[in-house]
Write a protein that binds this ligand. Structure first.
Ligand code: N01
Length: 543
């Protein structure tokens, strides 16, 4: 099927899909280069995942002072964060502030879900169409669709028959949800479930947590951000930002192996970091993600904490992760998660022992046990990294469908482009560090690289850039080899697509440090975009 644009369809230098952190930064950057830009966004307003994830307890697991844009010195100085880890409403207010401060909304079409994007070889343009039939064309198409933006409901028999309320954490209603006096079931114990469960437990009459895989979680030790601490951090912002560009998120990194210290020293170090809170603990030694024996030491430390906190031994045992090394699924950061299971109104159902049989109109059947429920909260995650991209019918050269090209798993060059799809850029897509780093650091790198690339093409009178198959094949091998040198492939995680039945099992993010990745991308650009096929403008073609 070939897209036939109406002659009236407006033309832009850049169309960006998505108005979250990535799309807004792309819009601002492209606009400051003098390019014409349109952004399509399915939601009513800016924010991306922070617009949708309004579930109780939603907050970031990267510290507020690091989870923000670095591109504008005044912006980072003037914005005041109130907590060590900002909650969703505060992050959304920050994004709205950015949109207002840089007057971004005037180029964004809200309530506009893109259904198709096709490359016209004769016109060397992308032709984009929304579900409501709005059409536009552009030279460069930037997918800022998000790595974790396609919520996934579980395919449990009978879900559709449930007569109570059903929620997904990633598509939470805008009006406040009151669980007072309700019997609530939560399915899923990843980052979202682990944040929501303690909050729901405080409100609900009864909470039943349906856990398939026990996860490692560490305490956030969240607290109000002291103005003095904030001032001190802001005074050194340039230094911290420069470091973040190397390491993703600034933690206390160690140059020691967990094997080279005594048991007592190691335990002391884990305890110190546990008390300090957050993912910092995963960086206590430099080989925790590469050496199983080293990883066992931290995994066992967290297991001992679970046994210490949770009073009922059987519940503690069910909550203890045993089937994957710590960090191979994203480590969760919680506020009182394990303590919640000491409450009288909370029960854990271990689906590893007995899976859910079916959902009925008034509850959930698990083996012989029936759980009567008024509401079901699905914290069941996302079709990660590729879901939102493939939800759009993207067609490249010769009508090649991205869905077909990626049928056996995503293939990209640098995580930024894919062969057969000229001038199509992806922000934080598969093959880039994306979800493994502070995502804003990843986004800023991608936006800068794409902007520099577009500027270079225009200065040199080129019209199209496209990854070659050879370069893409080499990059895919490189990304796979990097993952194989770590423990990551040992877990059935969404990094691998393992949470979606039938999704090809490919380790999607690139595990290199973002500084290493940044230099790889820069060297390729500096050498004249090695591994890309670049074509000149046609006569009479101005943009
Ligand atoms: O989703 P998940 P999430 N029956 O996929 C279970 C980011 N994030 O929304 O592990 C029963 O991690 C599933 O079980 P299993 C962050 O990057 C960040 O929690 O597949 N259970 C799992 O327990 C995070 O990693 C923040 O066996 C089923 C859970 O549902 C990513 O988003 C906050 C099931 C899904 O966990 C995704 O996190 C929130 C079924 N049929 C999210 N299907 C912060 O910044 C799935 N599950 C703090």
């Amino acid at each position: 099927m070939q897209f036939e644009p109406r002659s009236a369809a407006p033309h832009f230098d850049v169309i960006t899909i998505g108005a979250g952190f990535a799309g807004l930064h792309m819009l601002h950057t492209a606009r400051s280069m003098g390019l014409s830009v349109r952004v399509y966004e399915a939601a009513d307003d800016v924010g991306g995942v922070w617009y949708w994830n309004r579930y109780p307890g939603a907050r970031c697991d990267v510290e507020s002072l690091q989870y923000s844009y670095s591109f504008d010195n005044d912006l980072e100085q003037e914005w005041v964060w109130t907590e060590r880890y900002a909650a969703q409403p505060e992050i959304l207010r920050y994004i709205e502030h950015v949109a207002h401060r840089f007057d971004l909304r005037r180029d964004i079409c809200f309530r506009s879900r893109v259904k198709q994007a096709s490359y016209s070889e004769s016109r060397q343009r992308w032709e984009v169409e929304t579900e409501s039939g709005d059409r536009a064309t552009c030279r460069y198409l930037v997918m800022a669709t998000g790595a974790l933006s396609m919520p996934r409901l579980p395919d449990i028999p009978g879900m559709e028959s449930f007569e109570g309320r059903i929620y997904h954490t990633g598509a939470w209603p805008h009006e406040s949800v009151d669980f007072t006096g309700s019997r609530v079931g939560v399915i899923g114990t990843g980052s979202s479930g682990i944040q929501a469960i303690p909050q729901i437990a405080r409100q609900a009459e009864r909470l039943v947590v349906f856990q398939r895989t026990a996860n490692y979680s560490v305490p956030a030790k969240n607290a109000p951000l002291e103005p003095e601490a904030e001032r001190a951090f802001k005074a050194k912002y340039r230094e911290y930002r420069a470091l973040a560009r190397e390491v993703g998120t600034v933690y206390e990194f160690s140059d020691k192996s967990a094997r080279e210290v005594s048991d007592a020293d190691r335990l002391r170090e884990y305890e110190r970091r546990w008390q300090r809170g957050g993912v910092n603990i995963v960086h206590a030694y430099n080989d925790l993600m590469r050496d199983k024996a080293s990883n066992d030491t931290i995994a066992e430390f967290v297991r001992s904490k679970i046994r210490e906190i949770v009073k009922d031994p059987e519940t503690a045992d069910s909550l203890t992760p045993k089937d994957h090394p710590l960090g191979t699924k994203r480590v969760c950061v919680d506020i009182g998660y394990y303590e919640t299971f000491n409450r009288d109104n909370v029960a854990l159902v271990d689906l590893k022992k007995t899976p859910i049989t079916h959902v009925g109109p008034t509850g959930v059947q698990v083996g012989e046990s029936w759980h009567e429920l008024d509401a079901l909260v699905c914290a069941t995650g996302y079709d990660a990294l590729t879901g939102a991209l493939l939800a759009i019918d993207v067609r490249g050269r010769g009508g090649l469908q991205l869905r077909r090209k990626w049928a056996d798993g995503p293939r990209t060059y640098l995580g930024l482009m894919t062969a057969g799809f000229p001038n199509l850029f992806v922000i934080t897509g598969p093959g880039s560090p994306s979800v493994l780093v502070n995502v804003i650091v990843g986004i800023e790198h991608h936006v800068e690289w794409i902007a520099e690339c577009i500027g270079w093409l225009r200065r040199h009178g080129h019209t199209t850039i496209e990854a070659t198959r050879d370069a893409e094949d080499r990059w895919v091998q490189h990304v796979n080899a990097a993952a194989e040198r770590t423990l990551y492939p040992m877990a059935n995680s969404w990094f691998l697509g393992a949470n979606i039945p039938g999704k090809p099992r490919v380790f999607m993010p690139y595990v290199a440090k973002i500084g290493v990745y940044r230099r790889e991308c820069q060297e390729i650009a500096d050498a004249g975009y090695v591994g890309f096929d670049i074509r000149p403008a046609q006569p009479g073609d101005s943009r």
